[in-house]
Design a protein around this ligand. Structure first.
Ligand code: RB5
Length: 147
């Protein structure tokens, strides 16, 4: 599975840390779309880069990081085909895959410490979408894009 990862300056340290965690997954290829320095950038630009990779089929899923995770998740969710979930713990990470089939995981570099972030990433990458009634609901979410 190809994963695209990106962050603004508020989550640069978290991004670099998560890239190390992703090395545990031998079947995962990671593309880092930046930012690469602590210089200030605008998180919507990073969100667009992440989402372009997914909607064009170059990556299956994404990890989007900013200071809170809020701004970048809002931006990602403006892109057709994206379901970004801002996760704070193991439960929300699990539910975002099982119930929402989230294709982008968002977290806040100024909000979450490495330990919980590691757990969230591991769960989010391994949990499967349950389908069934959840598929009907996800389809309804996606149909809102066409209204
Ligand atoms: C950048 O200062 C900050 O606004 C951003 O990282 C994020 O927290 C926005 O939601």
């Amino acid at each position: 599975m190809k994963i695209v990862i990106g962050c603004d300056q508020g989550a640069l340290t978290l991004k670099e840390h998560i890239k190390e965690v992703l090395k545990e997954f031998k079947d995962i290829i990671v593309e880092d779309v930046g930012t690469y320095t602590t210089d200030s950038v605008d998180y919507p630009d990073i969100a667009e880069k992440i989402c372009d990779k997914i909607t064009s089929g170059q990556a299956e899923r994404g990890i989007a990081l900013c200071g809170t995770g809020i701004g970048i998740s809002i931006a990602c969710n403006k892109v057709k085909g994206i379901r970004a979930a801002l996760c704070h713990n193991a439960f929300t990470a699990r539910m975002s895959r099982q119930h929402n089939d989230a294709n982008v995981l968002a977290m806040g570099g100024r909000d979450i410490s490495f330990g919980p972030a590691d757990e969230i990433v591991r769960i989010w990458l391994t949990e499967k979408f349950l389908g069934g009634r959840h598929e009907r609901r996800v389809n309804k979410i996606m149909s809102i894009e066409d209204k």
